[in-house]
Write a protein that binds this ligand. Structure first.
Ligand SMILES: Cc1ncc(COP(=O)(O)O)c(C=O)c1O
Length: 395
């Protein structure tokens, strides 16, 4: 059957490909530790599961409003307003099947052929591909580690053209854990004020996963005048360990949200009604468990950072948020048969039996990403295996 050219040019997600290879090896009986997927190792808290179960028994098993139940949308509006200083009402909010679907819908309803979307690299693997599906042009801007893996105001200014329609900002960021501070957002806002046609998509999916003294800052809070052209995407996948429930949400100007709802109404309709009941319980219930999880993530982050920094071949950038470590591995190029980060990841999979993802999948060659939202024992074993495999190489 015919596949159109637009879809043919879209890449399979690098994270999904490597995670699959790791799963295949596990199925073959190999003891592989999979650090590829970006999800907490915890199960969803019991009170959320119980609420969804009870809701299903009570008949909350039917279609809901396309944009989500009013109850859930109200809770989401309250949450965003408190966090970001906005004043969103129900018609500013749409609930969808994960943050990914909402980013997809936002770009589908807005992009014309050839419109440019500025994506700071390293980036979350799906942004450029979704832009391409929506027939836009991803404009990738390299943000090196010396700049904290963040786009600077100068870079933004020199990248904006007459065709620029969106800037995507992801903080805390996947794959680096970089967090934009207030002054950086202020400088970015100054540039955006000069370019009225550029909208901003803030992907805040890791908003609750922040370490030490870092703080989550949203563009809307720093620059309220940009609220009318800012779209905020977030969801429950990462913060509440609900990746499989597929609940994400988006907040923005009501006309634009209305178009997103129209598109969703002709594709998936509402997000799962049962998942929405769970999401209500998540947002209404106690948030105490998040503190325990953050404590564990902090320990896990410190463990992997301190162990991996023992190797002279690896460069470590301590993340301020999210649960990923983006490890520089350029010094390994030229050892053994390794000449790029794909080689390094294949080598680690075959020899350390640890699955990690090459940085080039995120637009930055010379790194690999690992997810440290795992049990301490497993992380210890994985890192020991990596160090051992590297030490063999370098002798
Ligand atoms: C930066 C970023 N945005 C969005 C998503 C989408 O998450 P979901 O569709 O599960 O809400 C992810 C998931 O990995 C992500 O890392």
């Amino acid at each position: 059957m015919q596949i159109n050219q637009n879809i043919s040019s879209v890449r399979v997600s690098g994270t999904i490909k490597l995670a699959q290879r790791a799963k295949d090896m596990i199925a073959e009986g190999k003891n592989v530790i999979d650090l590829t997927e970006g999800q907490p190792h915890y199960n969803t808290p019991a009170h959320i599961i119980e609420a969804a179960y009870t809701g299903a028994l009570e008949g909350k098993t039917r279609y809901t409003a396309v944009a989500g139940t009013p109850h859930l949308r109200k809770l989401i509006a309250d949450h965003i307003n408190k966090l970001n200083g906005t004043d969103y009402q129900l018609d500013n909010i749409v609930v969808g099947c994960g943050g990914k679907q909402l980013i997809f819908n936002a770009l589908m309803v807005s992009l014309e052929q050839g419109d440019e979307v500025i994506i700071p690299a390293p980036y979350w693997v799906s942004y450029p591909e979704i832009v391409k599906i929506a027939r836009g042009t991803p404009i990738l801007v390299q943000c090196p580690e010396v700049a904290g893996f963040k786009i600077t105001a100068q870079q933004l200014e020199s990248t904006i053209t007459n065709n620029t329609r969106w800037l995507i900002l992801n903080s805390p960021g996947n794959p680096t854990g970089a967090v934009y501070v207030r002054s950086e957002l202020e400088e970015i806002a100054t540039i955006l004020r000069k370019h009225q046609r550029v909208a901003i998509l803030c992907d805040d999916i890791y908003e609750a996963i922040i370490y030490d003294d870092a703080e989550f800052n949203s563009l809307t809070k720093v620059a309220p005048d940009l609220i009318p052209r800012t779209l905020t995407v977030s969801g429950l996948s990462k913060s509440y360990a609900m990746t499989g429930w597929r609940i994400g949400y988006c907040a923005g100007e009501s006309d634009f949200i209305g178009q997103m709802i129209k598109l969703q109404g002709q594709s998936t309709t509402n997000a799962s009604s049962i998942s929405q009941v769970g999401a209500v319980a998540a947002l209404e219930g106690s948030q105490e468990f998040l503190k325990d999880w953050l404590h564990d993530y902090t320990k896990a982050r410190d463990l992997v950072c301190s162990k991996l920094s023992q190797s002279p071949y690896l460069d470590i950038y301590k993340p301020e948020g999210a649960f990923y470590l983006f490890v520089g591995c350029r010094k390994l190029f030229g050892t053994g048969e390794l000449s790029n980060d794909h080689d390094v990841c294949n080598y680690l999979l075959e020899n350390a039996h640890v699955a990690v993802i090459p940085g080039s999948e995120f637009g930055s060659q010379g790194y690999f990403r690992l997810c440290f939202a795992k049990q301490e024992e497993l992380l210890n074993e994985a890192i020991d295996n990596i160090l051992q495999a590297i030490s063999v190489l370098s002798h």
